[in-house]
Design a binder for this molecule. Structure first.
Ligand SMILES: Nc1ncnc2c1ncn2[C@@H]1O[C@H](COP(=O)(O)OP(=O)(O)O)[C@@H](O)[C@H]1O
Ligand SMILES: NC(=O)OP(=O)(O)O
Length: 313
């Protein structure tokens, strides 16, 4: 049995139309495209997803409704809300696909809390882009209206607000994954990277951050002993010199080669760099394969493993 952790990017779910309907339709397509893996008796899938666009949009909606009677929710709670939102949409999408393929299978999305370190330098060096893309003019206006916001250019696609993105250390609900898989469920874990919490004297406390789902996916893949990690993004495969006339596609790379490319600054902070770093970490630690490819490429991946493949070395 080949155990695969599949990570779906938030920008891949929210492509251009941010309506609930469009995002649900996009997940229906994804569920349908992933069905060959779900049906394959030699494959066991575990799913995780991003929430960057969704958590940023929901946070903006909080600004519009902040009052004593209806207070704005903090970022950890908004992150939890998007875990529920996307988990629900996925449940609907996969149940529809199961019905179509005559499959009786429960879909379970686990509200997952991910432990981070309070001392993580990510709390002062903000890198995680969330919410919509802005023009440079809009971003300047937003910065003057919201002095506590940081906005950066995001991989040539426009400007986005950035928030803290500490590294995942532990997943509090990890132990229930195996029993759910044994019960035949398709399980979605750690959506949006998991709800960030820190250990306090008794229990855990939520913190204002958005964990990078690619690092959480790598952690999850390690925790469940996955044979492969696959990160489906809104873009495509991984390029060197991305967006320049000299860009070149990476197809198969060892983890040590990829580490050199990362150290040489080839990948954009907040978009491709965390994906490549997380995938490389998984490949390096486990000696297994991590693939990064476009969500539009699911069919080809299922057929012949297409994408940028990082091999543990
Ligand atoms: N070196 C690179 N190779 C490929 N894509 C890159 C690279 N650097 C930046 N990108 C951008 O990163 C995007 C994927 O990141 P992002 O949209 O944050 O993913 P997600 O789907 O997880 O939300 C691609 O659409 C592309 O615009
Ligand atoms: N949480 C997170 O990393 O989301 P995206 O993949 O949507 O950026």
């Amino acid at each position: 049995m080949r155990r695969i952790v599949v990570a779906l990017g938030g920008n891949a779910i929210l492509a251009s139309d941010p309506s609930a309907n469009a995002q649900q339709l996009s997940l229906e397509n994804t569920a349908e495209q992933l069905m060959p893996l779900v049906i394959d008796k030699n494959v066991e899938l575990i799913i995780t997803h991003g929430n960057g666009p969704q958590v940023g949009n929901l946070l903006l909606q909080q600004l519009g409704s902040d009052s004593e009677k209806n207070p704005a929710m903090p970022l950890d709670t908004v992150g939890a809300m998007t875990q529920g939102q996307i988990g629900y949409w996925m449940g609907q999408a996969f149940t529809k696909a199961f019905d179509k393929h005559g499959l009786k299978k429960p879909f379970v999305s686990i509200v997952t809390r991910t432990v981070v370190e309070a001392t993580d330098p990510a709390f002062t060096h903000l890198t995680k882009p969330i919410g919509p893309f802005y023009t440079e003019e809009e971003s300047e206006k937003l910065k003057s209206q919201n002095p506590d916001w940081q906005i950066v250019e995001d991989a040539g696609r426009g400007y986005r607000r950035v928030v803290a993105s500490p590294l995942p250390v532990e997943m509090l609900e990890a132990d229930v994954i195996e029993p759910l898989l044994n019960a035949g469920a398709l399980v979605c874990v750690s959506g949006g990277g998991g709800i960030p919490v820190i250990k306090v004297e008794r229990g855990y406390q939520g913190v204002e951050a958005v964990i990078d789902k690619d690092f959480s996916a790598a952690k999850l893949a390690e925790l469940v002993g996955a044979d492969e990690l696959v990160i489906f993004t809104s873009g495509g495969d991984v390029y060197l010199n991305y967006g320049k006339p000299s860009q070149s596609l990476l197809t198969e790379v060892t983890s040590s080669e990829m580490n050199s490319y990362i150290n040489d600054g080839y990948f954009a902070e907040g978009s491709m760099k965390p994906k490549v770093a997380a995938a490389t970490l998984f490949a390096e630690r486990t000696g297994k394969i991590a693939t990064i490819t476009s969500l539009d490429n699911v069919k080809n991946f299922v057929k012949n493993g297409a994408g940028t493949r990082i091999i543990g070395s």
